[in-house]
Design a protein around this ligand. Structure first.
Ligand code: SF4
Length: 504
């Protein structure tokens, strides 16, 4: 179980690698999407080489285990808990299990409801254990529809295949880049509210290249793949050709009175692996999702045509001035050297009513909950440090920037109108880092200068970092422009083209 947990957190399955390679080949060289995919693939190789987390968000660990009759599930659960505790101690997982009422982090990823373990008996004499690690950013983009209903942009979605089609297309649109696209979707049709979502998540256990047994659903999967990729959302929502990497649809019976369509959205960091185990000894017999060639991206060269509009690159030495920030425009790539300070939910909440522990004038705040390990000498080391979803800080961000003189905030997925207005008034920018590129960014952090507000726990504390060559893209500037707003608008217009009936 320790091997399964570690391998799943650090090494992407072969079918997922193939899907990412195909997406990479579609994007034009030199575009924001192509640059993002290059960072993503570099990150995949780094995590694999160093046996470190692909993404800093450990997410929810869900085990699906099939056992022969008579297998002791109580003992197996204990071993899973032990494996997770050890993997957390070894920095392969970030402590990610939080008390819902007090906010206290259990510190070892074990707590009421975490991890999720499902057992099922079967007639075979061996154990089939599969693990999926699904991050919070993409989990928050899951969506459930109850048919019939009106869907904005697509009109009436009825209780038929065409209504289902509209729901799924809308689910891709509503995720934009916030679930770290390009992504995979699992769809559950039917069931009740709970089993419909379970069915959707189970679809994510299917191989990306498998063929649906049901010809109608197979046709629908292909349709969604084709149309979803024409919405123009692209990697991280920066626009581009690759929005969807996989679509798997399953159906279950329902009650006559209800008709649910549930969509489980998974980011590109699609961490799911499996093993078959000897039921007597527990030794691994086979790895699942590792069939065929293992793609490494190290030798990749740009194959697609070069973009006609190459992106502008600007080097920033942090702290920064208002003048430097006002010169930046949406679409610029910035390369940051100097100081970065992490801050996510707890810090933003705290700063509203309290002083900052350091002078934040001209500084850059990074929405990030890193994986940190302390060595024997008491020195902290960054093990994974990708961006977290920024929109959660929308109620606070503008006020905090003005109160402390912060000039840039960086995270993923963009922010809303309140922050955009504050950026314009105050002279600030929003920088979109590449979601999930935890190893790539950890490598850019050259020193941990210190930490404050450790009482909030490791991921929520304010870490003071020295960085070099830290790349991100300006997606909201101080002139009122927002790439997120633009991509949302164009993808919505394209979505509307699919309102006509296709399936009956
Ligand atoms: S890649 Fe993005 S959505 Fe996926 S786990 Fe990482 S931060 Fe979360």
């Amino acid at each position: 179980m320790y091997e399964l947990v570690t391998e799943t957190s650090t090494n992407l399955p072969y079918d997922v690698r193939r899907a990412i390679r195909a997406a990479k080949e579609r994007e034009n060289a030199g575009t924001r999407a192509a640059l993002s995919l290059a960072t993503i693939t570099q990150n995949i190789d780094m995590a694999d080489d160093n046996v470190l987390p692909i993404c800093q968000d450990t997410g929810m660990l869900t085990f699906e285990i099939k056992v022969p009759v008579g297998a002791n599930q109580i003992e197996m659960k204990k071993e899973i808990y032990e494996a997770i505790r050890q993997a957390t101690k070894d920095g392969k997982l970030r402590p990610n299990s939080v008390d819902s009422l007090t906010g206290e982090n259990s510190g070892d990823n074990i707590g009421p409801g975490t991890p999720i373990i499902h057992f099922e008996q079967w007639e075979n004499d061996y154990i089939d254990a599969r693990l999926i690690i699904k991050g919070g950013g993409c989990e928050n983009k899951n969506i459930q529809y109850s048919l019939p209903m009106e869907i904005e942009g697509l009109g009436r979605a009825g209780r038929d295949l065409d209504g289902i089609r509209k729901c799924i297309l809308h689910s891709v649109y509503q995720a934009q880049g916030q679930g770290c696209s390009a992504g995979f979707i699992g769809v559950g049709i039917g069931g009740d509210r709970i089993s419909s979502y379970e069915l959707a998540k189970k679809q994510l256990l299917r191989d990306v290249s498998d063929i649906n047994d049901n010809p109608k659903l197979f046709e629908l999967e292909n349709y969604i793949m084709e149309k979803g990729n024409t919405l123009g959302i692209g990697t991280m929502g920066f626009g581009g050709e690759a929005t969807l990497l996989g679509c798997k649809i399953g159906a279950a019976n329902r009650l006559p009175a209800s008709f649910f369509v549930s969509v489980a959205y998974n980011c590109w960091a699609f961490r799911r692996l499996g093993v078959t185990l000897d039921a007597e000894s527990g030794t691994i017999q086979n790895w699942l999702y590792k069939e065929g060639e293992k793609i490494s991206f190290k030798e990749d060269t740009e194959t697609a045509a070069a973009s006609e509009e190459p992106v502008r690159e600007v080097v920033l030495q942090a702290p920064v001035t208002e003048e430097q920030i006002r010169e930046l425009k949406v679409g610029d790539v910035v390369v940051i050297n100097g100081d970065l300070h992490t801050g996510r939910d707890a810090i933003h909440h705290h700063l509203m009513d309290n002083d900052a522990p350091i002078d934040l004038n001209g500084q850059i705040i990074y929405h990030c909950g890193p994986v940190m390990l302390k060595d024997k000498e008491g020195e902290w080391h960054v093990k994974a440090a990708g961006p977290t979803t920024s929109i959660r800080e929308e109620p606070y961000q503008g006020d905090i920037m003005k109160k402390f003189g912060i000039r840039a905030v960086m995270g993923k997925g963009g922010m809303g109108p309140k922050t955009l207005k504050a950026l314009e008034e105050h002279g600030g920018v929003y920088l979109n880092a590449i979601g999930g590129a935890a190893q790539y960014y950890a490598e850019c952090i050259k020193k941990v200068d210190g930490v404050d507000l450790m009482e909030f726990g490791i991921p929520e504390a304010m870490w003071h970092l020295k960085v070099e060559g830290f790349r991100a893209i300006v997606t909201m500037d101080s002139h009122g422009n927002s790439l997120h707003k633009d991509v949302d608008k164009t993808s919505f217009e394209r979505l509307q083209q699919y309102s006509e009936k296709v399936f009956s």
